[in-house]
Design a protein around this ligand. Structure first.
Ligand code: OXD
Ligand code: MN
Length: 602
């Protein structure tokens, strides 16, 4: 047996077994050192996996291009492999573990025959925190290693922690195996084996499919483990709101993709509120692990150490803090390369470059049409940057704290032109779960499906819940019983429109005005108006210093329309029907109660 830098027998046996399957030419253990990182960067530049960007303007930054058909998460090729199909639920693709291993083994067989296998020990959460979980990813991609070094805590410290872990429930590590293989979309599979604490991903090089610590471990596997261990793994940002008196309150928020989660997490207060003394502290933009601590409150950590954000549309207006964050030590994927070896994307600041190399590696000029008459984009619509959180000017000073931050409010949201008001508060924890379980977004022109049709995405977890969502709702209900003072639950909608389709609310940094009301409610500073769907603000309780909306707009934003909501209930009933008898009776009870309240509402 080859000498490995660990005494953990389970790890040694597993690495050898996987190496036997994949037949790499050599095995390299990632130790987390700067020297090893630089060596990998140099090798990647030499092999063409990375392009070194202009080091004066973008120090430590690189560009990577994926295969053209490997640019986003492939949900239809993503499976939850549990012994019983019922346990994966109607929300997941299912395969039996035996069939999945059998099929995948034929693809992994000798897949690394001409490559190095990298062993990446990583910790999701601060090393040694009771919140944290360890994973080990085996991969034949240097790009994966370099991204994991940004997104997670990797290396020797994690191996030491793994060796020090007592033999207790929840100890051990998630076994993550990845190979680019031939990047063949027809043999691409993202397999999760929650009962074996194992993830296998093959034939992809796209971040969401291959940085296995992220969606695969921290949401799909973690949600399954969290149910067993009585904690929560959620698709949520975490942000601290520093109030004028210097006190910081923390909220967690879940939105389906393309609703501005990352922008909200690092918002810069509008002038009107900045002079009052507000300031935002970013804990995380994508994933929240939450536990009931010894004080009976819900505490949260962000298990990641980086952002894997969407580039197009990111600019000084939408996210000034992110623009600062990605100036150094960042890996860009599928953006446009400019002549001076800096980068550009649609919706970036400044002038559109007159030429460059597009995300496919072809020479590019603005407004050039493809064979079908469509404008050729410089960056792919899902082009990304991977950047360390510590670069962010609003990074929280509590990122490394082992117990994280206490959560005062949980906020859910969607993109709704009508129906959902700007903000409302649920009556209690159970009602809040109904609000979250029924949340959704209207399809936009960018998505497949009927325009305006509502896609339900409970807790923004539909693609990420690693087990039957009916059991997940039950778990949320049970968690509420473990807390002395559960966080209040709110719903927001920044996207309500007027009759001509224009947005009624200015959004972006102005959203802090709504967060201020939410905190005022958490601290019992203001009363609210009771409606059938929950509590809404009195318009005078939203601080509008520095902006003016036309007469009646705030009232329109806060309106609860009886007929619209009765229509909404029909859609909810249809959605609940998918879970059949497994749906917790409490949620049907909330449905009936809402119906009754609406019938009486004028
Ligand atoms: C993400 C997603 O990339 O939710 O964070 O799709
Ligand atoms: Mn996400």
């Amino acid at each position: 047996m080859e000498k490995f830098p660990t005494t953990n027998k389970k790890l040694i046996v597993w690495v050898n077994l996987m190496a036997k399957l994949c037949s790499p030419v050599r095995i390299v253990w990632i130790n987390g050192s700067e020297e090893q990182k630089q060596l990998l960067e140099n090798e990647s530049v030499a092999s063409g996996e990375l392009i070194r960007l202009n080091q004066d303007k973008l120090p430590g930054c690189f560009l990577h291009r994926t295969a053209h058909d490997d640019v986003s998460r492939t949900e239809h090729l993503t499976f939850i492999c549990t012994k019983k199909k019922r346990d994966a639920g109607p929300n997941n693709n299912w395969m039996s573990p035996a069939a999945a291993y059998r099929k995948a083994k034929t693809i992994f067989l000798n897949a690394m025959a001409d490559r190095t296998m990298y062993v990446i020990p990583f910790s999701m959460g601060p090393v040694g925190s009771p919140f944290s979980k360890i994973g080990v990813e085996l991969t034949d991609s240097r790009y994966v290693v370099l991204n994991m070094l940004i997104m997670t805590r990797c290396g020797q410290d994690v191996l030491k922690q793994l060796e020090a872990q007592p033999l207790q429930a929840g100890a051990g590590f998630t076994k993550c195996l990845h190979s680019k293989a031939k990047l063949d979309i027809n043999k691409r599979m993202i397999l999760h084996f929650p009962e074996d604490n194992t993830i296998w991903s093959v034939n992809s090089g796209y971040g969401g499919n291959v940085l296995l610590g992220k969606k695969c471990l921290s949401l799909r596997i973690a949600s399954f483990v969290a149910k067993k261990e009585k904690w929560m793994a959620e698709h949520m940002l975490i942000m601290g709101i520093e109030e004028p008196n210097g006190h910081v309150e923390y909220v967690a928020a879940a939105f389906p993709s393309a609703c501005g989660k990352t922008n909200l997490a690092m918002l810069v207060p509008p002038e009107g509120l900045k002079i009052k003394g507000y300031r935002i502290w970013t804990v995380g933009d994508d994933i929240s692990w939450m536990r009931v601590d010894s004080d009976g409150s819900l505490w949260a950590i962000n298990p990641e150490t980086g952002f894997f954000g969407v580039a197009p549309g990111t600019n000084l207006k939408s996210n000034p803090n992110m623009m600062e964050t990605i100036k150094k030590n960042t890996i860009y994927t599928n953006v446009l390369l400019k002549q001076d070896f800096t980068v550009w994307w649609e919706g970036a600041d400044g002038e559109v470059p007159s030429e460059g190399i597009d995300w496919k590696g072809n020479p590019w000029k603005p407004n050039t049409l493809d064979a079908g008459g469509k404008v050729i984009k410089g960056a792919h619509a899902n082009a990304r940057f991977t950047a360390p959180i510590v670069n962010c000017p609003s990074a929280s000073f509590r990122l490394e704290q082992h117990h994280g931050v206490p959560i005062s409010a949980i906020i859910f949201g969607g993109r709704r032109e009508h129906v959902a008001p700007l903000v409302y508060e649920s009556f209690n924890w159970q009602h809040g779960i109904f609000v979250a379980a029924t949340m959704g977004s209207e399809l936009t022109a960018a998505q497949v499906g009927k325009l305006g049709q509502v896609r339900r995405d409970p807790m923004a977890m539909l693609p990420f819940c690693g087990y039957n969502m009916a059991d997940y709702f039950k778990h949320w209900l049970n968690m509420g019983k473990l807390m002395v003072k559960p966080p209040k639950i709110f719903h927001v909608n920044w996207f309500r429109t007027d009759d001509s389709g224009g947005f009624l609310w200015p959004g972006f940094c102005e959203n802090l005005r709504i967060l201020e009301w939410i905190l005022d409610r958490c601290n019992n500073k203001v009363t609210a108006v009771t409606t059938p769907i929950g509590y809404i603000p009195k318009p005078s309780d939203i601080d509008m210093t520095g902006i003016t909306l036309s007469d009646g707009v705030l009232e329109k934003l806060l309106k609860v329309d009886k007929e619209e909501w009765l229509g909404e209930l029909k859609g909810i009933r249809k959605f609940f029907a998918d879970f059949k008898k497994d749906l917790p009776k409490e949620l049907m009870g909330e449905y009936d109660a809402l119906m009754e309240r609406l019938k009486k509402y004028e």
